[in-house]
Design a protein around this ligand. Sequence first.
Ligand SMILES: C[S@@+](CC[C@H](N)C(=O)[O-])C[C@H]1O[C@@H](n2cnc3c(N)ncnc32)[C@H](O)[C@@H]1O
Length: 442
Amino acid sequence: MKQDFLDRMKEMLNDEYALYLETLQQPPYRGLRINTLKIGIDEFQKLDLYALKPTPFAKDSFYLDAAVSGVGNHPSHLSGMIYLQEPSAASAVSVLDPQENDWVLDLCAAPGGKSTQIAARLNNTGFLLSNEIENSRANILLSNMERCGVSEMMVSNASPAALCEQVKGWFDKVLVDAPCSGEGMFKKNAKALEDWSIEHVKACQSRQLHILDSAYQALKQEGVLVYSTCTYAPEENELVIQKFLAAHKDMELVDCNVKFGRAGLSGYGINEAYVRRIFPMDQGEGHFIAKMVKHGEQELSPIKEIKALKLNEAVQDFMNKQGCAPLHFYEQQGKVYGRAAPFIKLDKIRILRQGIECGEIIKNRFEPHHAFYLASVNQPYFKQSYELKPDEIKTYLHGDVINAELKGYTAILYQGVGIGFAKGDGRILKNKFPKGLRVNSF
Ligand SMILES: C[S@@+](CC[C@H](N)C(=O)[O-])C[C@H]1O[C@@H](n2cnc3c(N)ncnc32)[C@H](O)[C@@H]1O
């Protein structure tokens, strides 16, 4: 640990500093969230796959024992039943408290822990715009959204300023889970520790304030803005909130109104009782959360909807035979996408995905995409499916054929949840599990 950092923690924590030092010797807290888009909390617990203990941070968040390994390759993960998430990271969405039919913007969203958590709360209603500025991280965000079966979403790869200029006043709720100096991540992320300096903390503050200025524009009147970080530095937490509120007089800091964590640090010009801090002594690696409401009027960017597509015959035929939720479809360069609400058009922004990637029209045939079978909204509609037997799960995830007398495209289920698909010839099911995801063991 860097001495400058430890000196600051000593000043911040006083009597608790020794306890904090002790936590540094312990393994980091680990957790998973049950993705209720795919499976109920009780139902997942009945599978008895992992020893789970509830965390105080969200009702779908559980501690995972440090000794458990291979979860990322396990079918419960590949089918999107769970998302691995450090427990205190589940706290910000509890404060944001998304409700069905809300329009939510997650401005700094990769790899997608909080976006997939928001999506589960929205339950395939409303609209979730998940943005990530870094190209490669945006791709990871998209794959996590697909795996978790989210359909009422858009994944974009833009700077907050460029994006928010086009979506002024659209959102009921905006989450800024800001890039920060990551002091709560030092145990897991050696790079965060290596990069740490007071200058870096200050540079982070300036970036955080810029991102918040953009987020402000996207919020509708009476909309809720939640700001979170995984760092302890007051310059990036209480001070950011104080500076942001001073610059936006129509924003009000409100009580996070949750039972976990503790009040913020005093002496930074905000009501510290309203914000939440989580230190490792509070059962998670570390988070800061503040909740604000916008009272001022906000100009509204026009919402441009894309006209519903009349489906190509091959696609219509496939949908009739396979079964899928009633969706609006959109086609681009032969690829077909679907979502329950009409598609939205945004200009000059790199959009990685809107809705579910259903598949591709190739020479007037329709070739479905893996994401079609992972989409939670489609699960009740599949007309032909095959539940993997315990001894077939490894076979399927390895990419091998399954013996079954089924013909045509078939949804493959693990414990009743879509994990992929296959194509039967009446004798065997040819494996369509994506090559890049195949695993040898779990
Ligand atoms: C704390 S992480 C987000 C974690 C994510 N919310 C989750 O729960 O999985 C912050 C993200 O902000 C992105 N970021 C970095 N610089 C940014 C900037 N100037 N504006 C917006 N986002 C930025 C990073 O690439 C990173 O993915």
